[in-house]
Ligand binder design. Structure first.
Ligand code: NAD
Ligand code: IPM
Ligand code: MN
Length: 353
């Protein structure tokens, strides 16, 4: 029996609610298959833990996680703990500490999913955003000088390394080549005269290694406009950490909403565990009431199945999500339904057979 060791960090707000449902789906899949199992260990880390202990995770938290095959995370952040502390000491610490430099975020409008765009064909919203996930605007480099004084100055430095740019771009090109698709570079080299000029230069160099892969480049402002007006232009998208963060919430909005947007934080070399999480946050406005849509977390679980080499099951889970959307009976209020979190997952499990 192939045992996948999963570290489960539900986190805050709706995080634990959606992760619980994703785990039920994973266990169901394992039971149906019979040749693999999930060995899950829960870690009670997050903002409540912080308020009790003064830390988001124990001092040796990263060592505790290092032995797992994957991490399944809900969401982090709660009123009462400054977001930059909760996120930097848990979510971003894991992404960076485990060199999860690829953030893979599908933006695909499933059948039955609501779309606010007029005049856009469903099949035109089908892209994968490959977001740089280890450096860039999220490098955490900076300073805060003369706090509170007239001459106060705050610096937040973007860090773009040759290796960091090359590896995320090569990943995007490999993905595009395997799918017979184009790569679109999203940049801002007209204004960011060091970082993004350099980014574009590396993009051009890497593109030469893949002469068979068509490429496009857009400035991020124009790209945002085309996400809405003409999303069919995009297939594989590669972009920086901050642009990728913002564009994938926009992507979520055109592809069914935050309740459907999934993501994987990958260390492709598998030196460290990769982490699977919905891209939404802890949604304190709806937490604790059974209103959270678990489909994003379940889709992330499907990405985990892909990553473990169970692509057939990853696809079946995605098909089951789609079937639930098409049936339209078991959906949470964000999708216009009246079902609760548990009932949506029950429907996915039913569709899996
Ligand atoms: P959010 O994604 O939590 O919520 C934005 C809106 O989308 C809210 O109206 C919320 O109710 C809705 N929403 C989100 N997920 C949903 C779901 N599964 N089902 C139904 N509705 C859903 O973003 P926010 O409000 O900006 O942030 C709240 C907290 O989460 C903050 O502390 C923030 O820092 C944190 N955050 C964490 C992550 C993460 O852990 N990956 C991501 C984004 C935000
Ligand atoms: C996301 C989130 C995080 C990010 C925050 C919570 C640090 O918004 O995963 O999209 O910006 O990466
Ligand atoms: Mn985000």
């Amino acid at each position: 029996m192939n045992n996948h060791k999963i570290a489960v960090i539900g986190g805050d707000g709706i995080g634990p609610e959606v992760v619980e449902e994703g785990l039920r789906v994973l266990r169901h899949v394992a039971a149906l298959d019979g040749s693999f199992a999930f060995d899950c260990t829960a870690f009670p880390w997050g903002c409540e833990y912080y308020l009790k202990t003064g830390r988001m995770m124990p001092e040796d938290g990263m060592e505790q996680l290092a032995g797992f095959d994957a991490i399944y995370l809900g969401a982090v952040g709660a009123p009462g703990v400054p977001d930059h502390i909760s996120l930097w000491d848990l979510l971003l610490k894991i992404r960076k500490g485990f060199d999860q430099y690829i953030n893979l975020r599908p933006v695909k409008l499933l059948e039955g999913a609501p779309c606010p765009l007029k005049d856009v064909k469903r099949q035109d919203i089908d892209m994968v955003v490959v977001r740089e996930n280890s450096e860039g605007e999220y490098a955490g480099a900076g300073d805060w000088l003369f706090p509170g004084q007239e001459n106060e100055v705050v610096l937040q430095t973007g860090v773009f390394s040759r290796r960091g740019c090359q590896r995320v771009m090569r990943y995007a090109f490999e993905l595009a080549r395997s799918r017979g698709q184009s790569v679109t570079n999203i940049t801002k080299s007209n204004a960011l005269n060091y970082s993004m000029v350099y980014w574009d230069q590396i993009f051009a160099q890497v593109a030469k290694e893949y002469p068979d892969v068509p490429t496009h480049s857009y400035l991020v402002d124009a790209a945002s406009m085309f996400f809405v007006k003409d999303p069919g232009r995009f297939q594989v998208v590669v972009t920086s950490n901050l642009f990728g963060d913002i564009l994938t919430d926009l992507g979520a909005a055109i592809a069914g909403g935050m309740g459907l947007a999934a993501g994987a934080n990958l260390n492709p070399e598998r030196r460290y565990p990769s982490m699977f999480e919905p891209i939404h946050g802890s949604a304190p406005d709806i937490a604790g009431r059974g209103l959270a849509n678990p489909l994003a977390a379940i889709w992330s679980a499907s990405q985990m199945l892909d990553f473990f080499g169970h692509e057939d099951w990853g696809k079946r889970v995605l098909d089951a999500i789609q079937q639930v959307l098409v049936e339209g009976r078991d959906l949470t209020p964000d999708m216009g339904g009246t079902a609760n979190t548990r009932q949506v997952a029950d429907a996915v499990i039913r569709c899996l057979g």
